[in-house]
Design a protein around this ligand. Structure first.
Ligand code: ACO
Length: 402
């Protein structure tokens, strides 16, 4: 990446590093990535083992507290989160005031921000009990809010939570059940979504996580900081790629399903034509999350008997890319987004729900990173420098002489 050094009068040398390609903003013990080797670990545990053997709330606990919980601690944590999934009636009313066609990420960010007004006792940044309460409240309410985002887009009422069910199972029930109807989500779908949320739970200092940290560095509370993270994630360059993949696959299908013809357009660099869901700023190898998602896509789609034609097109594109000089020489491999959209769609989610699901999964990571920063003695308020390139000093010209 480009790093330009520049001399400032007050502090001496500074670097200009657009996109922070070469700037580490912190030390962290949470997530390890080796992009060349395709390795991702949370707190030292390989993502493959966590996805296979752990659960989303256990991973949340691990990211936030640093160690895997004992069975008793996990049960206590799950119970506490579960018991907070109900939202205040006034909050329900507030949520009901957004227009039906509202941008789901705008609703989500507004809702998390508004939570702060309902729980003033949890706003302290340095009282550990208040921070723990805010942590549990946010994990619990984000689930309810995410299901609400789906329901409100359909004009359907928000359902009450069922404390006897697990986090992901009850999220699916609250999202898809008809009011007053028994609804038991397919256990394979529950397991697959749990896995996808684990894969999204943290990814070190990406755009939204860096945003959460910089907002929190002013000692803004946890709600304000993670709401800012949701807003950062709402940008199509960050949270929107899985939606773009699905559109691409549908377009190829509509044009007769010819993957080779599409790849020729990609390689010819036709304007606006990229193989969406391929390539990554950090991974220059197979994104380890993509390998897990691919397996999941096979399982879920064959279990639900849905969307196989699009999956076949996706597999075809990957097959071509893995043996094509263009992709091999540029180290372009599938990223986590290549197969997730297909799974979400098969589960019954609209495309507009893909990024809210990403936010639901990423919440533990944002919280863990905020908490780590708040207890790190090295933390200072985030305040990058700039190199000024504007006009030199000049005199004000009154309007009648301009
Ligand atoms: N399809 C075709 N060519 C590609 C692709 C792609 N998906 N990605 C990169 N390239 C090519 C570029 O054209 C460039 O070629 P060149 O050297 O001949 O000019 C080379 O590979 C390097 O690409 P850069 O854009 O410089 O790589 P960068 O690290 O900046 O970009 C990015 C990474 C943005 C993810 C890119 O690969 C891309 O646009 N991918 C498609 C969108 C996508 O899937 N985004 C999701 C990212 S993961 C996430 O946000 C959770």
């Amino acid at each position: 990446g480009l790093v330009v050094a520049s001399l400032l009068k007050d502090t001496g040398m500074v670097t200009v590093d657009p996109g922070f390609m070469n700037t580490a903003s912190c030390e962290s013990q949470i997530t390890y990535i080796d992009g060349e080797a395709g390795v991702l670990r949370y707190r030292g545990y390989p993502i493959e083992q966590l996805a296979e053997q752990s659960s989303f709330l256990e991973v949340a606990y691990l990211l936030i507290h640093g160690e895997l919980p004992s069975p008793a601690d996990l049960t206590a944590f799950e119970d506490r989160v579960n018991r907070h999934t109900l939202v205040h009636e006034d909050f329900r009313t507030f949520m009901g005031t957004f227009p039906r066609n509202a941008h789901p990420m705008a609703v989500m960010a507004s809702a998390i921000n508004a939570l702060a007004t309902f729980y003033p006792e949890s706003l302290s940044f340095d009282d550990p009990e208040a921070v723990e309460l805010a942590t549990v409240l946010i994990l619990a309410k984000t689930r309810t809010i995410t299901s609400y985002v789906h329901r409100s887009s359909k004009g359907e009422p928000l359902l009450y939570p069922d404390y006897s069910r697990g986090y992901v199972e009850d999220f699916l029930r609250m999202t898809f059940a008809a009011p007053y109807q028994q609804y038991d989500p397919d256990p394979r779908v529950v397991a697959a979504l749990d896995k996808l949320l684990i894969l999204h739970a943290d990814h070190e200092q990406n755009c939204s996580t860096s945003t959460v940290r910089i907002v929190g560095s002013s000692h803004a509370n946890l709600y304000a900081s993670v709401a800012a993270g949701i807003n950062a994630l709402s940008g199509p360059l960050h949270g929107g790629a899985n939606e773009a993949v699905l559109k691409m696959l549908a377009e190829i299908q509509a044009n007769g399903g010819d993957a080779t013809a599409f790849m020729t357009r990609v390689k010819n660099k036709e304007p606006g034509v990229r193989l969406m869901g391929f390539g990554h700023r950090v991974y220059k190898n197979y994104d380890p999350r993509a390998a897990i998602v691919k397996q999941s896509a096979d399982d879920v789609l064959s279990a639900l008997g849905a969307g196989n034609e699009l999956l076949d097109i996706a597999r075809g594109l990957e097959e071509i890319a893995l043996h094509d000089e263009y992709f091999v020489s540029r180290k372009l491999y599938p990223n986590v987004d290549f197969y997730t959209g297909l799974i979400y769609k098969a589960m019954g989610f609209d495309e507009s729900m893909f990024t809210p699901l990403f936010a639901l999964g990423r919440m533990p990571g944002w919280i863990a990173q905020w908490r780590e920063m708040m207890t790190d003695p090295q933390t200072k308020i985030g305040r990058p420098r700039q190199v000024y390139t504007g006009a030199t000093e000049r005199d004000y010209v009154p309007g009648d002489r301009r």
